[in-house]
Design a protein around this ligand. Structure first.
Ligand code: F6P
Length: 362
């Protein structure tokens, strides 16, 4: 087993509240174990461009409660090339970096796999507001993002109530509707549209009409950014904007539209995110010490456990119907059944929540 003397930490992809708490946990745990820690600035591009800083306990403890990522982030295309990869490996060699912990989403984990395959043991820690990595119950940043959305929805609700309006609010989440779904339930929204379940537009319109007839003044409709209206001829428009006009025209209720966009990614991480980031970060360091590589720390029924990155990414593609030819070839029937069970667990959860959202939206 390789003796680990120095590890590098990076954050990559969309920033997520709690990434700094993960950096802190990784650094303090490693220092405690006598392992030196360096920060890689700007995600994988920092590895390519040799942007390395020492991480001290003093520095990481000053950032534990901050939003964003103080190691900065990007989505690095050059890292996907052989040339970029060679530069990254050269930087690791130059700084005697024995292993990498990469905090981010699926793109980040693909990078970690590439490094692992080239002899730099790498471990992933999940960090994305979307909670869209099927293999883990939870990703760092999700709770903060939902609470930020909820705070915004409550403000929209105040003004809707005053003016007897409806507000259609689009929230982030990429192809995953969980932020929209959970905040719709928590805010008392009258309807929610997510990519995972076909939206019954007519039913929503009828519900709004009925609610107004019964005297309801303010109403919220939460729409995930991954839902689109197909205008035909290959033109798709964001569903929330389309539904605003439709809702106003068909219900007679004055209807506004708002897109929360990137504000959802900012802000101080909640306790849940700091705690999960800390537990995942510590686990990642332990895995490195055990000589493990190419794993991602996932949350499974309240436990923080390692999963093979390729297995996790393949499960994710299975859930999203994006499996490529040969993806499942190396897996046994038992492993494939395990992947299917993970996907089903996610589908069941979404279905249950969607039903609740509609059952109590009156
Ligand atoms: O993955 C996090 C996320 O905020 C998504 O919800 C969103 O679709 C995307 O990133 C936005 O990416 P960018 O910051 O590159 O605009």
């Amino acid at each position: 087993m390789k003796d680990i003397k120095k590890i590098g930490v990076l954050t990559s992809g969309g920033d997520a509240p709690g990434m700094n708490a993960a950096i802190r946990a990784i650094t303090d745990k490693a220092l405690e174990e006598g392992i030196e820690v360096v920060g890689i600035i700007g995600g994988y591009s920092g590895l390519i461009n040799d942007k390395i800083i020492p991480l001290t306990s003093e520095f990481v403890n000053s950032i534990v409660g901050l939003g964003g990522t103080r190691l900065y982030s990007d989505r690095c295309l050059e890292f996907k090339t052989e040339e970029g990869m060679a530069k990254a490996i050269a930087t690791c060699k130059k700084h005697n970096i024995d292993a990498i912990i990469a905090i981010g989403g699926d793109g980040t984990f693909r990078g970690a796999t590439d490094l692992s395959l080239r002899g730099i043991p790498s471990i992933g820690v999940t960090g994305t507001i979307d909670n869209d990595i099927t293999a883990t119950d939870y990703t760092v940043g999700f709770d903060t993002a939902m609470n930020t959305v909820l705070g915004a929805l409550e403000r929209f609700s105040d003004t809707c109530e005053s003016h007897a309006r409806c507000n259609v609010v689009e929230v982030m989440g990429r192809d995953c509707g969980q932020i929209a779904l959970m905040t719709a339930i928590a805010s008392g929204a009258i309807a929610v549209a997510i990519p995972e379940v076909p939206f019954n537009e007519e039913e929503a319109i009828e519900r709004i009409k009925k609610a107004r007839a019964a005297g309801k003044r303010g109403m919220l409709v939460v729409v995930s950014e991954g839902v689109f209206y197909d205008e035909g001829n290959g033109i798709k428009v964001p569903y929330g904007e389309y539904f605003r006009a439709k809702c106003e025209a068909e219900t007679g209720v004055e209807t506004k539209f708002a897109r929360l966009a990137h504000m959802v990614r900012g802000g101080h991480p909640t306790l849940r995110d700091r705690l999960t980031a800390s537990r995942m970060g510590v686990k990642a360091v332990e895995l490195i010490e055990e000589g493990k590589s190419n794993l991602v720390v996932i949350e499974e029924d309240g436990k923080y456990v390692p999963m093979d990155i390729v297995f996790a990414l393949t499960t994710d593609r299975m859930y999203k119907n994006k499996l490529k030819d040969g993806d499942l070839d190396k897996y046994s029937a038992e492993e494939i059944a395990q992947m299917e069970a993970i996907c089903q667990k996610r589908r069941d959860e979404i279905e249950e929540l969607y039903k609740i959202a509609n059952d109590i939206a009156i």
